[in-house]
Design a protein around this ligand. Structure first.
Ligand code: FES
Ligand code: CO
Length: 324
């Protein structure tokens, strides 16, 4: 079912006209390229002749040329030239995928799109908020483990001690989780009015404070959190995952916040610090695939949001948090 969802695969700015970018999505090699009209294309990165990676070839006159025998393919993926046999019928066709650009990212759907587009992230359209792209971060774990870590507040005091948490304040007050279906936010599960004491909740924070959080899961591999500290800093963080394989993932993060004083680099460095603290934990979790069988792992009340996420995945028919 993930085959029919949209996944981020690159920053839009990474794919310039006349250039190619190779990436992976759901165990499929994908090549992105942009034609002279600025239109982005996402194809299987595999020549239908002998399986060579097309991304090793060239973009010329809005066609891709394979590096092995020089076959060329036009914008629709159809073979337009076979240099070794000019009279041969041109029946070869590259697999072509759905692609669109949103939030400064290129999004690909390998199957039949189950949604008109990528997940809702309304804060991105808020002109009061500045946008910063962080990552991407490559993780040797399944995408659902990374979402679950993002939804988890009880690790702050241990993994992010001194920044997002404090071992003197490890208690997570109870909170409730609900399903939602809203025009602005899309549908999924959310937890509102979560609270945590944080020594330094953001790059701009100057001291410890009680932070109100909301978390929402809007697609199997997309979650957004918003922070409402007592000062006027407002921040939404979108975690957008690119499942490379069942157990390897690239994480993209977009911040939408009203801190206009910190530099982009400083804001990114702050996210890097947090993510790199989570990384060894994520890569140590066993099994890498999120267990969806009740009782497979022991949970407590403050794990409500991750349990709600597991139920949501089950409803979406994502067995073991896997790919198909
Ligand atoms: Fe691509 Fe032969 S493998 S042209
Ligand atoms: Co963390």
């Amino acid at each position: 079912m993930l085959l029919n969802d949209w996944h981020p695969v690159a920053l839009s700015t990474q794919v310039t006209a006349g250039a190619m970018l190779a990436t992976d999505l759901l165990e499929t090699c994908v090549v992105l390229w942009r034609d002279s009209g600025g239109v982005l294309h996402a194809w299987e990165d595999r020549c239908p002749h002998r399986g060579t990676r097309l991304s090793m070839g060239a973009v010329r006159d809005d066609t891709l040329t394979c590096p092995y025998h020089g076959w060329t393919f036009g914008k629709e993926g159809r073979c337009t030239r076979i240099p070794a046999l000019p009279e041969a019928p041109l029946k070869a066709q590259v697999n072509v995928y759905h692609v669109q650009e949103l939030y400064g990212l290129a999004w690909v759907c390998l199957g039949t799109p189950a949604h008109a587009g990528p997940p809702a992230f309304p804060e991105f359209g808020d002109a009061q908020l500045r946008k910063v792209w962080c990552g991407p971060y490559d993780v040797r774990s399944s995408a659902p483990r990374i979402i679950e870590n993002f939804l988890d507040m009880a690790h702050f005091a241990f993994v992010h001690e001194g920044i997002l948490g404090d071992q003197q304040h490890p208690v997570i007050p109870d909170y409730s989780v609900e399903t939602f279906d809203e025009a602005e936010y899309g549908s999924g599960v959310w937890a509102r009015q979560c609270h945590a004491f944080q020594p330094q909740a953001s790059k701009a924070a100057t001291g410890g404070s009680d932070i109100e959080y909301t978390y929402r899961v809007v697609r199997p591999l997309t979650a957004v959190l918003t922070k409402h500290p007592p000062d006027s800093i407002r921040e939404a963080i979108a975690l957008l995952l690119q499942p490379l394989t069942e157990t390897t993932t690239r994480a993209w993060i977009i911040l939408a916040l009203n801190d206009f004083t910190s530099s982009d680099d400083a804001l990114r460095a702050f996210q890097d610090t947090i993510f790199l603290q989570d990384l060894p934990i994520l890569e140590s979790q066993h099994p890498a695939r999120l267990p969806l069988t009740p009782g497979a792992e022991v949970s407590v009340a403050c794990d409500r949001m991750s349990l709600a996420y597991r139920s949501y995945l089950k409803q979406q028919n994502l067995q073991y948090g896997v790919i198909r």
